[in-house]
Design a protein. Structure first.
Length: 351
């Protein structure tokens, strides 16, 4: 009981913990999810059929990795991290909280399928009213959230660009000049005020997941496993959504921490990396607005049964692999900034 009390106290005061401690907690939780998936798999296959169960769990794990690089994931995690860093916070768990919320829908679907709940079939079957309603909730929330974050960070981009031009003309730069201010930022201050901590992103991730694309994938895997492994313990079946969750939380957590380090480097070295900050913030804003337009276009097409070519096209766009392009852009900009920074340091040292 004493250990639980100390843990609860530590959780309430987690923002006063060191960055390293919070990182350990975040990735410790990711490791616990991996361990839980392994334990369920071993416990559920003790009686045999290990090769088939293991193969399906690996398939679910790879699916989680792939889904973590969907463009909506990257854009949501990146833009949220940018907002927190601009407020001088260390959002180490943004990626973890978002992916945990997103995958909670998958785990819930898996539990219902394993438990034999027939209701879940109505929500998972493509084309049903229930499936359409959940899809509209997920796409509507994700589209509006990304639109707001894109506008917020777009405001920061405009401000950073103006400051960069002033510095180029010999002006001085202050750390607060990199924060999102102005009309758009003030306009969005109240709607975004509910997203004050990384843990708030859990709810956003959960609502994103109500589109049920990922839940359908894992649900079908669970159903297939149920048919193929008759008599195998439900523990092995639940290892599938947990493996999916473990993979997605790992990748999203790494992405979130990487974004935090990029933005903090710009905040803490504003004069040397002001240009980098403007470019990377611009990419974040454009990506969020781009995904918001696609998501809301598909939302309008589905919600009102539109048949026009524009919303129909937007609703058919698959952003599953496009997230890797966005990650690549961030890596390139970060790499160019690091190389130029070192080159300037060597020039300054030689002079």
């Amino acid at each position: 009981m004493t250990a639980l009390t100390e843990f609860a106290t530590m959780y309430r005061e987690r923002e006063q913990l060191s960055l390293r401690t919070r990182l350990l907690f975040t990735f410790g939780a990711v490791a616990a999810l991996h361990l839980a998936a392994v334990v369920l798999l071993l416990g559920g296959t003790a009686g045999g059929a290990q090769p088939l169960a293991l193969g399906l769990v690996i398939t679910a794990y790879v699916a989680g990795i792939k889904h973590s690089y969907d463009w909506d994931h990257i854009a949501a995690i990146d833009n949220s991290t940018r907002k927190f860093v601009a407020q001088h916070k260390d959002p180490v768990s943004v990626g973890f909280a978002f992916s945990l919320g997103h995958s909670s829908v998958v785990i819930l679907a898996g539990l219902l399928v394993v438990a034999g709940a027939t209701l879940i079939g109505q929500f998972m079957e493509d084309g049903t009213t229930e499936n359409k309603v959940l899809g509209l909730i997920g796409s509507g929330v994700s589209g509006v959230f990304l639109l707001a974050m894109g506008l917020f960070n777009g405001s920061a981009f405009v401000r950073a660009t103006n400051v960069y031009r002033q510095v180029q003309r010999g002006g001085e730069v202050r750390t607060e000049d990199l924060e999102a201010k102005g009309f758009v930022a003030r306009l969005l201050a109240k709607p975004l005020s509910k997203v004050e901590r990384p843990r708030n992103i859990y709810v956003i991730g959960f609502l994103f997941g109500l589109g049920f694309d990922t839940a359908t994938t894992i649900g079908l895997l669970v159903i297939t496993t149920t048919a193929s492994l008759a008599g195998v313990s439900p523990l092995a079946l639940m290892a599938l959504p947990l493996a999916f969750t473990a993979a997605m939380t790992l990748c999203d957590s790494v992405n979130g921490v990487a974004m935090m380090k990029m933005y903090k480097s710009a905040i803490h070295n504003p004069k040397r990396k002001l240009g980098f900050n403007a470019v990377i913030t611009g990419i974040s804003a454009v990506s969020a607005l781009f995904i918001a337009v696609i998501t809301l276009g598909g939302f309008m097409n589905s919600a009102f049964d539109l048949e026009d070519p524009i919303t129909t096209w937007l609703g058919e766009i698959d952003l599953g692999d496009a997230g890797l392009i966005l990650v690549g852009l961030f890596v390139i900009v970060w790499g160019v900034s690091a190389v130029r920074g070192r080159a300037r340091g060597r020039v300054a040292g030689s002079s």
